[in-house]
Design a protein around this ligand. Sequence first.
Ligand code: ADP
Length: 298
Amino acid sequence: MSEAFSIFFLILCTGFLLGWLMARIYFSPVRQTMSRIREILSSGNSRLRIPLKSRRPDVQECVGLVNQMLERNSYLAQQLASTFDNVAHDLRTPVTRLRTAAEVALQDSRDLDACREALADCLEESERVLQILNTLMDVAEAETGSVRLKIKDESIFEILEEVIDMYAEVAEEKEVKVSNMVPRSICCPLDRIRIQQAFANLLDNAIKYNQKGGWVKFHAEDKGGEIVVSVSDSGSGIATGELEKIWERLYRSDRSRTERGLGLGLSFVKAIVEAHKGTVWAESCLGEGSTFYVKLPA
Ligand code: ADP
């Protein structure tokens, strides 16, 4: 009896030991991955990644996903840093001018005309600072999804007619012909005001970066389930290397710096369209005009 018990006890112990050993071997890649994640977290180095060493497909997939997440976080952190740089750079100029104007007024406080002029300059510069801050907040609101959209079925043709009307004077001044070639039948569920603001930004750019006597054309296509609206222009075009960057906050190409602008128009367009679950992209060649596309779910 006691011999049988000893054998049973031995088998039990061996079973436990084997089980423990197998579990250790099985979970070893998971433990290694976890210790690498801890290392990355404690170092704070966003360039570190987890090596894909394990032969287990589930661990490999998990490591791949974590690496993708680290890559995305590092990209977002870079974007944030460059946005801060751009905001600081773009705010410094008007704030410096504001300060200089105020200093001049103080030095010459008996000359009323000079004081008035300085005050007008201060107003103009503070208006610019406010405009940058308001647009930044609009973009942030649209990007975080906190913007409340009032969705209704709307005619794209009518929305564009109103936008074209708003810019009629600007277009006339630059002798740019704007044509609305969108079929009247195309309707889409959207927030009229917000989408109008988005198309207004696209039209503003299409006129601004155009040549005297140029053209802008709006087209739209119902692709069954999605509506694609395009804005083509005969303007200066965009270099291939810049096509990705133009959607970033405060990005302005060096060629555009002679024109008015904050570099926030396209990031606003992108945020608004994405809030509608749509997508935006551009096709262009330097010197050959550009086409901006807005795809919205129907
Ligand atoms: P802004 O026009 O205020 O500079 P945007 O965000 O609207 O800012 O545009 C970013 C940049 O993209 C512009 O500075 C310009 O270089 C480029 N861009 C946008 N639209 C056009 C266009 N239709 N033709 C040529 N370049 C354009």
